[in-house]
Ligand binder design. Structure first.
Ligand SMILES: NC(=O)c1ccc[n+]([C@@H]2O[C@H](COP(=O)([O-])OP(=O)(O)OC[C@H]3O[C@@H](n4cnc5c(N)ncnc54)[C@H](OP(=O)(O)O)[C@@H]3O)[C@@H](O)[C@H]2O)c1
Length: 274
């Protein structure tokens, strides 16, 4: 009997890239998306189950768990998430709450709903997709940084609580080429208008013109990122942390060795905040 993995947020990006890789490795995949129509082009097979799953909707989570009750679920990949960026001073409470509803509370509620199924399988694991921004913070991405720091904290607590039964893996990618930056642009909403006449007007213009392109240029392909995640799904001894990409690795090291004032000066300059 094959092992099964459930992946959240498979409509695009890393989640989408992971589906065929897991199937090629002989696993069954429960591919989920808010709108399952986004998964209609996946080749059908006995090794694929498509489910609707909105991680912010308790009823949707509960019915997905019921629909998987008959499967030997050995892995859960909490991948769904998006980036709410913008200067903290201009962020609305509902934007901050929505960021946490999806990236943090949704991730934990999905984990809780599937832990009883994972516990039934020896060697089961949950992979929490955080980010390099769960270990360090950059300007203009406060809500996102905070949500990913929270994912790291939740995963570390969860590992202490259930780690002997279900392994907990923190996935910490750097920049990956996906729909992430388009979604991020949508989450801007009317932020540029809110910034007009403030000290952030110029900063946001620079961010949109320069920083976004730079991170796109050096980004890793989604499939390469998904291959690293696949490794942590298949391996007998899952790692506690999976840092993906040179940028994630180097930024972590730099932050650890540089005096804080230097680190902050580099970031302020890079984002036009000096
Ligand atoms: N790309 C990067 O540079 C990068 C770096 C570090 C970490 N990450 C993390 O990697 C994960 C995947 O992102 P990605 O880069 O692959 O971006 P993406 O292409 O935008 O994919 C994000 C996925 O999350 C889904 N999603 C958003 N809100 C959801 C909700 N409430 N319920 C269920 N699904 C929801 C989206 O579905 P819809 O189509 O329905 O919106 C989409 O399938 C995220 O957690 C992100 O924070 C990305």
């Amino acid at each position: 009997m094959r092992n099964w993995v459930l992946i959240t947020g498979c409509s695009t990006g890393i989640g989408r890239a992971l589906v065929p890789l897991c199937r090629e490795a002989g696993w069954g995949v429960v591919a989920t998306a808010r709108d399952p129509a986004a998964l209609a082009d996946l080749p059908p097979g006995e090794d694929l189950r498509i489910l609707a799953l909105d991680v912010t909707d308790a009823a949707s989570i509960a019915s997905a768990a019921v629909a998987c009750a008959d499967l030997p679920l050995k892995a859960l990949v909490n991948n769904a998430g998006y980036g709410q960026v913008g200067p903290l001073e201009l962020i609305r409470p509902e934007e901050l709450r929505a960021q946490f509803e999806t990236n943090v509370i949704g991730l934990q509620m999905v984990t809780n709903a599937f832990l009883p199924l994972l516990r039934r399988e020896a060697g089961a694991r949950v992979l929490q997709v955080a980010s390099m921004l769960g270990r360090l913070s950059i300007p203009l991405a406060g809500p996102y940084n905070a949500s990913k720091h929270a994912v790291v904290a939740l995963a570390e607590s969860l590992r202490l609580e259930v780690g002997r039964e279900v392994a907990v893996v923190l996935v910490e990618p750097g920049a990956i080429r996906t729909e992430f930056r388009e979604t991020l642009a949508r989450a801007w909403g009317d932020l540029p208008a809110r910034a007009l006449g403030t000290r952030y007007e110029r900063v946001l213009k620079k961010y949109l013109a320069v920083r976004k392109d730079q991170s796109e240029r050096h980004a890793m392909e989604a499939e390469a990122c998904a291959r690293r995640i696949l490794g942590a799904i298949l391996t007998e001894r899952p790692p506690r942390r999976l840092v993906i990409g040179k940028d994630a690795f180097l930024a972590g090291k730099l932050k650890a060795i540089l005096p804080p004032a230097w680190w902050e000066a580099i970031l302020r300059r890079a984002y036009g905040l000096d």
